[in-house]
Ligand binder design. Structure first.
Ligand code: SF4
Length: 427
């Protein structure tokens, strides 16, 4: 087994040792986020300015969309564009004009940068300004990068939401306090949280993104925001720059995380915690019941997280604390300590963390440990399965409704299923 590149033992308290690695990576790029973002923002269209490779990635990741008129496409750059022989801006303007003439229901257009558009230094922010001015007020044109260079696939959502922050209406200093839940959640989960906030007594709640980009929430000094996902660093930073305050909490996975997240919001709005306990009790009881069933199957099983979705640390906390799984290593592409302070403190002491990726070294460790379950990218799952190791695709955790009390049992089931399949295959 190769030795880790750097071991960084944290000086503060019980923090776990962190292996920091940099090497070959096996992750999807930020374009992948379009698959769930376009479902969420129903008046938006995503136009990737990229190559045939980008178009193939989107087509295969979004295979089911062939039955509907999709709300994403790729403006394919040909070799002559890449060689600087054609005016890519003129071409882009022509494609956008055609698209908007054919699809008048589009209210927001995201120009999404890719590796090829960045290689030829096509300035999509200027293009968005130019096209936005041309098509105002009917269409808002925004841009962000989904490029795969040195990124991981959930960064696409962060970049997309960050592009929306400057567009959010200004709320004055005297405006009533409002809460913004940041992160794209399935509608059913968003509705459940809205009902819970209302029962707790927080009425002025909005989401970033809303189902229609046209309904962006306002932001000002009386705005508090809760992150629903741990990978929204840039978006959080920009919201703070606009005067909003981040509510620090665990992420809403499992009973522990969801309760902590909701209680943190209640504290920010000075709501009595006994009242919140009373509101949450029936939801917690139901979730505990759903988890008890899965706990029998998962307790004592070992799990290894390869760095992929950036959800790894909150999910590891949930699996260890609520289902009794044994964490052999928890890898994450980036360790955003500020947003993960409470998550890191809630992990079992001494858990081996790793940050960054050097895929061969990590695979060596997986093979040495032979965990019961490995959470990894699609490209690594098949080879590991062929070696008799059970795997879970990290990307499935981003596509599935997994937040909140009512989804806690389903989230546990996502980890129990591969183990059950292995047991069946062994019989
Ligand atoms: S990694 Fe780059 S070239 Fe490949 S699909 Fe993503 S943006 Fe396109």
């Amino acid at each position: 087994m190769n030795a880790p590149a750097v071991i960084d033992r944290q000086s503060e308290g019980d923090c776990a040792p962190v292996i920091k690695e940099r090497g070959q990576r096996e992750v999807f790029c930020g374009l992948t986020g379009i698959i769930w973002l376009h479902r969420k923002m129903q008046d938006a269209f995503f136009l990737v300015v990229g190559s045939r490779t980008c178009a193939h990635l989107l087509q295969s990741a979004a295979g089911v969309m062939i039955f509907a008129e999709p709300r994403f496409a790729t403006a394919i750059m040909e070799e002559r564009d890449l060689a600087g022989l054609a005016d890519a801006n003129e071409e882009l303007d022509r494609i956008v004009d055609q698209l908007l003439a054919r699809r008048p229901e589009i209210k927001s257009l995201f120009l999404v940068g890719s590796c090829p558009s960045e290689v030829i230094k096509l300035d999509l922010s200027k293009a968005a300004q130019r096209l936005g001015a041309k098509h105002a007020p009917h269409v808002r044109v925004l841009n962000y990068s989904g490029s795969g260079i040195e990124t991981t696939f959930t960064e696409g959502e962060d970049a997309c939401l960050a592009s929306l922050v400057p567009e959010m209406p200004v709320l004055a200093a005297g405006a009533p306090a409002n809460l913004v839940v940041v992160g794209s959640l399935p509608d059913i989960v968003e509705d459940q949280f809205r009902r819970l906030f209302a029962e707790m007594g927080i009425a002025n709640v909005a989401s970033l993104p809303e189902r229609a980009v046209a309904d962006l929430p306002g932001v000002g000094p009386n705005t508090c925001f809760l992150l629903a996902q741990p990978f929204l660093n840039e978006t959080a930073h920009l919201l703070e720059k606009r005067g909003a305050t981040r509510i620090d909490a665990l992420f809403p996975f499992g009973v522990e995380g969801t309760s902590n997240w909701l209680h943190a919001a209640a504290r920010a709005f000075a709501i009595d915690s006994d009242h919140v306990d009373r509101v949450l009790q029936p939801y917690q009881d139901r979730a505990h019941k759903a988890l008890a069933h899965q706990r029998d199957r998962l307790a004592g099983k070992t799990i290894f997280f390869m760095p992929d979705s950036q959800l790894e640390i909150p999910l590891a906390r949930f699996l260890a604390n609520e289902l009794g799984m044994v964490l052999t290593e928890v890898g994450t592409p980036y360790l955003h300590r500020t947003h993960l302070t409470q998550e890191l403190a809630a992990l079992p002491p001494g858990v081996q963390l790793s940050e960054g990726q050097d895929v061969d070294k990590q695979l060596d460790r997986v093979r040495a440990i032979r965990p019961d379950l490995t959470v990894c990218g699609l490209g690594l799952a098949n080879p590991l399965e062929a070696e008799g190791l059970s795997t879970k695709w990290a990307i499935e955790l981003v596509f599935s409704p997994i937040h909140g009390f009512d989804q806690a049992g389903d989230l546990a089931e996502l980890f129990a299923r591969p183990l059950r399949r292995r047991d069946v295959l062994r019989v």
